[in-house]
Design a protein around this ligand. Structure first.
Ligand code: TYM
Length: 326
């Protein structure tokens, strides 16, 4: 099975990115044929600093390796180094209904967030994402819940395209984790954890243990005293239980028993310890990799060459099917 996914280089990775998406990548690279990408072209659809972007791209590649991606087991590369992504996006744009793009939740959210920057790229963002996925004839797309709508649109694009031009693309499926597909902010548990939200609610994957502990201890909890999983009535505690379960490997019902009659503060103290320990190896590996620029760039270059071979072959098929010169 072919697997494809990517993350935007818009700042340091957080726990939501890891538990929602990357944790699945690390596991699936052992069994399937995986392609993972630093999606830099998606990062420029919202305001950004062009001097910082290059550093962010390199650092995200380092983060991928530090979190456990193994370049011997998967292809790692930077999206803009394989020009077929933008070429296919243009072609797919001609079969994508405008109404579908306007309906996308992320488009609506980002337009509200940056009313001064509602560019056509932001609207067309899901087409580029469809191109990313379809260039590699992908079966599975491991992502968090917020990206599921874009994969559904990709599936619709495939159906329309294949109906019109013949069987060219496979219909990919989104792969969501059983728990942790939407990690919430620690400060505002009704909102998802994000790089751009309240920083007190967001735990970086490479954050210092002291800072992690402070954020967990200050996390917003709910009224009542019980440590019970109930996302609609107890969103704060349920989110912390989810994080605890994923970091410790203990099922949520076991944690509920373990902390029965204990105080929120005891639970948080224990979670903070677990989480700091869980993330420590990532931080160490990242510090080491940041000094190995040549090594990382070499991995990306080799990844880009391998990706290009697959991408070019798909493009030939697509252009032939559409009646274009190849
Ligand atoms: P991005 O960069 O916003 O997020 C990267 C991945 O992290 C997941 N995620 C979360 N999961 C659980 N809880 C959260 N709070 C949370 N926040 C983020 C996202 O679901 C995502 O899987 N459009 C994509 C990038 C992209 C892509 C692709 C993904 C471009 N092309 C092709 C898959 C395939 C995005 O903006 O992700």
């Amino acid at each position: 099975m072919r697997v494809f996914s990517g993350i935007r280089p818009t700042g340091s990775l957080h726990l939501g990115n890891y538990l929602g998406a990357m944790r699945q990548w690390i596991a699936i690279q052992e069994k399937e044929d995986c392609v993972f990408c630093v999606v830099d072209l998606h990062a420029i659809t919202t305001p950004y600093d062009q001097k910082q972007l290059k550093a962010n791209i390199f650092e995200l590649a380092v983060d991928y390796l530090a979190a456990g991606l193994n370049p011997e087991k998967c292809i790692l590369f930077i999206q803009s180094t394989v020009k077929e992504h933008t070429e296919l996006a243009w072609l797919l744009g001609t079969v994508t209904p405008l109404g579908e793009l306007k309906r996308m939740t992320q488009f609506k959210d980002k337009s509200k967030q940056h009313p001064e920057y509602v560019n056509a790229g932001l609207l067309n963002y899901p087409i580029l994402m469809a191109a990313d996925i379809l260039l590699y004839q992908t079966d599975l797309v491991p992502i968090g819940k917020d990206q599921q709508q874009h994969v559904e649109l990709t599936r619709e694009i495939v159906r329309d395209f294949n109906n019109r031009f013949g069987q060219v693309f496979k219909e990919p499926r989104a792969l969501l984790p059983q728990i942790g597909d939407k990690i919430m902010s620690l400060a505002e548990p009704e909102k998802k954890m994000s790089k751009t939200g309240n920083q007190k609610g967001c735990i970086g994957l490479f954050e210092e243990p002291e800072s992690i502990k402070l954020k967990i201890m200050a996390a917003v909890t709910d009224t009542g005293k019980e440590i019970r999983y109930n996302p609609s009535k107890k969103p704060g505690i349920s989110n912390l239980l989810t994080i605890y379960s994923l970091a410790s490997g203990k099922p949520i019902d076991q944690l509920e028993k373990e902390f029965d009659k204990k105080r929120y503060s005891d639970f948080k103290k224990s979670l903070a310890e677990y989480l700091a320990g869980y993330l420590e190896p990532f931080r160490r590996k990242r510090t080491e990799l940041l000094t190995r620029e040549v090594y990382v760039n070499d991995i990306l270059k080799r990844g880009s060459q391998k990706a290009l071979t697959v991408a070019q072959s798909t493009m030939q098929e697509v252009k032939t099917a559409m009646g274009l010169e190849i």
